[in-house]
Design a protein around this ligand. Structure first.
Ligand code: BEZ
Ligand code: FE
Length: 288
């Protein structure tokens, strides 16, 4: 085990992990080592580059806290979150597709009543009303499902990035009625740049990539007996749909927000005309 060649070293390191009792952990670690060693060989990584990478990851961890998740942001920007979603989160035909959760989800947001708005500040924005049903694969209503939504305000910032916003602004969760129906109220989302004042911003600048995500509302839908759905509703008019900085757009999640000027409809949906309207069902897959 001395004077090893490059290839012998990889084999020896992999072998050193062969007593890992958990078979999944063993397989993941051994594969990670094999691929990381191959990467080092392929690019002939220099000592300086390796140290620069270590410093980059160290800063990525150091800037992260309970409100800022630069590690998730890095994973998102390298397309790893989108790839993990693709390989692990397949849903059966007909179910609503999933996409990345992103770094701005905060558990424990407030419960909203039927039609109540998650906009918690004064403002004269045209409201966005989203109504529909949460259903299962056979079209069965799912009562008491929880639909949690979160999004940026019109300045492109989430509440946790912006101390001028009230707590829990533009986040909250709704419960479906016995027929699976729901009525959410928010504002139309805008495209926004991901945070660029940290290591991920350095990466974007060094690679001349833009930092924008297309406008979307995040939704997480859960109900006993069904798989939890983490998804987005994207605005079909957004210019960044084909260049999302985190590669998370799926065509099936793109929606048209329609301007409705009918006072009668507004009254029905507990709002005022004009309002943006989106009719949208969430279809959950069965499972734990
Ligand atoms: C988001 O949509 O909140 C998001 C997702 C990935 C990276 C940054 C932001
Ligand atoms: Fe987002």
């Amino acid at each position: 085990m001395r004077n090893m060649t490059e290839n012998e070293l990889t084999g020896v390191v992999i072998e050193r992990y062969s007593n890992t009792p958990d078979p999944r952990l063993r397989a993941v670690l051994q594969s990670l080592i094999r691929h990381m060693h191959a990467f080092v060989r392929e690019v002939k990584l220099t000592e300086d580059e390796w140290m620069a990478g270590i410093h980059f990851l160290t800063r990525t961890g150091q800037i992260s806290d309970d409100k800022r998740q630069e590690m998730i942001l890095l994973s998102d920007n390298l397309g790893i979150s989108a790839l993990v979603n693709m390989v692990s989160a397949g849903v059966p035909e007909g179910a609503t597709e999933t996409t990345v959760i992103g770094p701005f989800y905060v558990p424990g947001s407030p419960e909203q009543q039927w039609g109540e708005s998650v906009l918690r500040r004064e403002g004269d924005e045209v409201p966005l009303v989203v109504h529909g049903r949460v259903i299962g694969p056979d079209g069965e209503a799912i009562p008491d499902a929880a639909i949690e939504i979160w999004q940026t305000d019109s300045n492109g910032m989430y509440d946790i990035q912006d101390s001028t916003q009230p707590a829990d602004n533009l986040r909250g969760w709704y419960r479906t009625r016995p027929d699976g129906s729901f009525l959410l109220k928010t504002i139309r989302p805008t495209s926004y740049p991901i945070p660029v004042d940290g290591p991920v911003g350095e990466l974007l600048r060094a690679t001349e990539r833009h930092p924008y995500r297309p406008a979307h509302v995040h939704a997480m839908v859960s109900a006993p007996g069904y798989q939890k759905l983490t998804t987005h509703l994207f605005d079909e008019e957004d210019p960044y749909l084909d260049s999302d900085v985190v590669f998370a757009v799926k065509s099936s999640l793109i929606r048209a927000f329609k301007l409705n000027e009918s006072h009668e409809d507004a009254q029905h949906w507990q709002t005022e005309a004009p309002f943006w309207e989106l009719e949208n069902d969430f279809v959950l897959a069965r499972g734990a």
